[in-house]
Design a protein around this ligand. Structure first.
Ligand SMILES: [Zn+2]
Length: 86
């Protein structure tokens, strides 16, 4: 064993803004359709954000590979600002 570190490669820079991992707001848009995002998935490649509808479509594929999933769809039932069919 040498004292040389194995971490010679620079870690990939991931642009994770702290506020994005905490709370989604109107500035967060669905990466698929552009609606307001209510789910944010942190992947190794970056962050994907989804509205409730698109999350339902992509959840099965994204959830297993996401490191963190921030699900704030409870806001939809709380504020009822958007017309989202149950
Ligand atoms: Zn969408």
């Amino acid at each position: 064993m040498s004292t040389q570190t194995l971490e010679e490669e620079k870690p990939t820079e991931v642009a994770v803004e702290p506020e994005r991992t905490n709370t989604l707001n109107a500035a967060n848009r669905c990466d698929h359709c552009g609606s307001q995002a209510y789910v944010s998935a942190l992947l190794k490649t970056g962050i994907l954000e989804f509205c409730g509808h698109c999350w339902n479509s992509y959840k099965a594929g994204i959830e297993p590979i996401a490191e963190v999933v921030l699900d704030e769809r409870w806001k939809l039932t709380d504020t009822a600002k958007l017309d989202v069919s149950p």
